[in-house]
Design a protein around this ligand. Structure first.
Ligand SMILES: *Cc1c(COP(=O)(O)O)cnc(C)c1O
Length: 425
């Protein structure tokens, strides 16, 4: 393992990572997982406290998902979605649409990850307006602190300064708002689409929207004719307590973007869902050039689709959403206790996701350069919890299969780590 760790330090470049710090230590190497637990190369076990960067839903090595991938592998791993189709992709498209009321979201465009799901929606929106005789509708509207991915188009929508400001000169123009009412200040007939992370902004530090905001946004979009893109890359597949966040406020978007949890967190796969009105605008003779000229090599990947089908099965067979409700209540109780800690400034929860923000006891933030949140997460490892912060907000978002006992251990690990790290300040 030593050899592999040194190869990593010599040749890998990790995402969102200061590589000088990374190379100063031996990297954590994860070798196995089972349920909500991951094991490292030294045999130590950890609770997967952020669901392997927000992807894992039913736990690692779930027999049903593992078998589905193996069975598909015995047939074929990947075939082109340009010029042919495959069984798991067709079946998955049907099942995804069936999760919504009839005649609402009826079309699925597959891609590879959250960023591409968002980019596909953006391009569809622009082309839709061109094809519908409103070519002036080109503006995108996104929220303060938004995060929609890292590819250039999706990053244009992002509103997090540290990630996005550097590329400001290379952006698709975006109007930024902090409330649906702000749409009144913009020329409504020039807006192509408005995009939001419904109910909760993840990368902004688990910021929960006021209840009713999503509903109001839908109504504003209806008033101005702007299309509504919901980025459910994080919130999809049970995280909020319902299958999709938009169900909480009875909102149906024009585009719904799914990725992270779509395959249960086993393989990269994304979906951009839309309705028949958008879809039909692209229909015509070839020579009319209405075609959506967009796609990726691995679109509709059969292994990913097989994993996604199995994950949806697990939701039914194991009554996942029903069993999740008491766990959400348990998380609330544990967070309530954690609030007693003088360094815990605020806890924010949405379904089975939480952010725990630490500050000095007088309410002043720690200097960001101190990396307090990062050091708390490193300390929490010693207590059996793996997670990552957003600045000084510790993310607690384990797989939906996590037991209440495991949850209590995770919160305890955070409590101990906060005491050790902040006690020292
Ligand atoms: C992670 C995330 C994305 C980007 O997904 P990738 O698969 O990392 O490209 C987009 N939107 C939201 C809300 C996310 O949390």
């Amino acid at each position: 393992m030593q050899h592999l760790q040194s190869l990593d330090k010599t040749h890998c470049w990790h995402p969102f990572t200061q590589m000088r710090e990374w190379c100063a230590h031996d990297p954590l190497m994860l070798v196995e997982g089972e349920g909500a637990v991951l094991k490292d190369s030294e045999g130590r076990e950890y609770l997967d406290g952020n669901s392997s960067i927000w992807t894992n839903i039913h736990g690692h090595r779930h027999p049903k998902i593992t078998r589905a991938i193996r069975d598909q592998l015995d047939r074929v791993a990947h075939v082109s979605f340009l010029g042919s189709t495959n069984a798991p992709a067709s079946e998955l498209a049907g099942l995804l649409c069936a999760l919504f009321p009839p005649q609402t979201l009826t079309r699925v465009f597959f891609s590879d990850d959250g960023s591409t799901a968002v980019e596909a929606a953006m391009k569809m929106a622009v082309q839709f307006w061109q094809l519908s005789g409103e070519p002036k509708r080109t503006r995108f509207v996104a929220f303060d602190q938004a995060y929609h991915g890292d590819t250039a188009g999706a990053a244009s929508l992002g509103g997090i300064g540290t990630f996005h400001d550097r590329f400001a000169g290379h952006r698709i123009p975006v109007d930024r708002i902090s409330d649906p009412a702000d749409l009144d200040k913009l020329p409504g007939n020039e807006i192509a689409a408005v995009v939001i992370e419904p109910l909760i902004q993840g990368a902004a530090g688990m910021r929960v929207w006021p209840s009713g905001l999503l509903r109001r946004l839908r109504e504003k979009c209806d008033e101005t004719g702007a299309l509504l893109i919901l980025d459910e890359v994080l919130t999809g597949f049970g995280r909020t307590g319902k299958m999709f966040a938009c169900e909480h406020e009875d909102v149906i978007p024009d585009f719904l973007c799914l990725a992270k949890g779509l395959t249960g967190g086993y393989l990269p796969l994304a979906a951009t869902m839309t309705n028949e009105k958008i879809f039909s605008a692209f229909l015509g003779d070839f020579a009319e050039l209405k075609t959506f000229f967009y796609g990726h090599s691995y679109t509709g990947n059969a292994l990913g689709c097989a994993a996604a089908l199995a994950s949806l099965d697990v939701f039914h067979e194991e009554n996942v959403l029903e069993n999740l409700q008491p766990k959400i209540a348990c998380m609330s109780g544990l967070l309530e206790e954690l609030k007693q800690d003088p360094f815990v400034f605020e806890t924010r929860q949405c379904g089975f996701m939480a952010g725990i923000e630490v500050r000095r006891p007088d309410g002043e933030p720690f200097p960001w350069q101190a990396r307090t949140g990062g050091r708390i997460c490193e300390e929490a490892r010693k207590h059996g919890l793996l997670t990552r912060p957003v600045l000084d907000t510790i993310v607690l978002m384990p797989p939906l299969c996590t037991s209440t006992g495991q949850l209590a251990i995770a919160v305890d690990a955070i409590r101990c780590a906060v005491a050790t790290v902040c006690g020292r300040e």
